[in-house]
Design a protein around this ligand. Structure first.
Ligand code: C5P
Ligand code: MG
Length: 159
């Protein structure tokens, strides 16, 4: 019988001037953004890896190699949508996610509701099923954005 599954994922990107900072599909006003092959949405990347890991389906890099030019500047929601397709194919759904974003600047608190709603929409969840915490690195990683995320998956036939 199928049971509850949990998955963990992480992502980190270096911040450089002149790039847009997008987290959970929401653009955050910022002087710097992630240096990345794709749009560098570290929150969606960590969540996608958490979802894939919950069913031992590998990770983003295995599904979408960054050596493939097709994946350059690809919207991160494509990665998440493919992960969700594979989850459904195996008879599961994402029931809840929780993530911590570690970023020194800018403050993300004022954007929490918007990010929560955006992630919920992408994962077909209610915003209260999307937990988001924000932390500074206390200066340990002032030039990076880091995200750690967990996902809880339930079988489709379980309420
Ligand atoms: O890292 P620190 O404990 O100093 O963060 C204090 C609070 O600031 C956090 O609990 C969070 O609510 C907020 N914060 C934020 N945006 C960040 C980092 C922290 O809103 N980029
Ligand atoms: Mg990434």
């Amino acid at each position: 019988m199928k049971g509850v599954r949990i998955g963990y994922g992480e992502d980190a990107h270096r911040l450089i001037p002149g790039r847009r900072l997008v987290l959970g599909g929401v653009e955050i006003p910022s002087e710097r953004g992630p240096l990345a092959h794709s749009d560098g949405d570290a929150l969606l990347h960590a969540l996608t890896d958490a979802v894939l890991s919950a069913l031992a389906l590998g990770d983003i890099g295995a599904l979408f190699p960054d050596t493939d030019p097709k994946n350059a500047n690809r919207p991160s929601r494509d990665f998440l949508e493919e992960a969700l397709r594979r989850v459904r194919e195996r008879g599961y759904r994402v029931a809840q996610v929780s993530a911590a974003v570690i970023l020194d600047r800018p403050k993300l608190g004022p954007h929490r509701a918007r990010i929560q709603e955006s992630v919920a929409r992408l994962l077909e969840l209610n915003p209260e099923q999307v937990g988001l915490g924000f932390k500074t690195s206390e200066g340990l990683a002032p030039d990076h954005v880091q995200v750690r995320a967990v996902a809880l998956l339930l079988p489709l036939d379980q309420p």
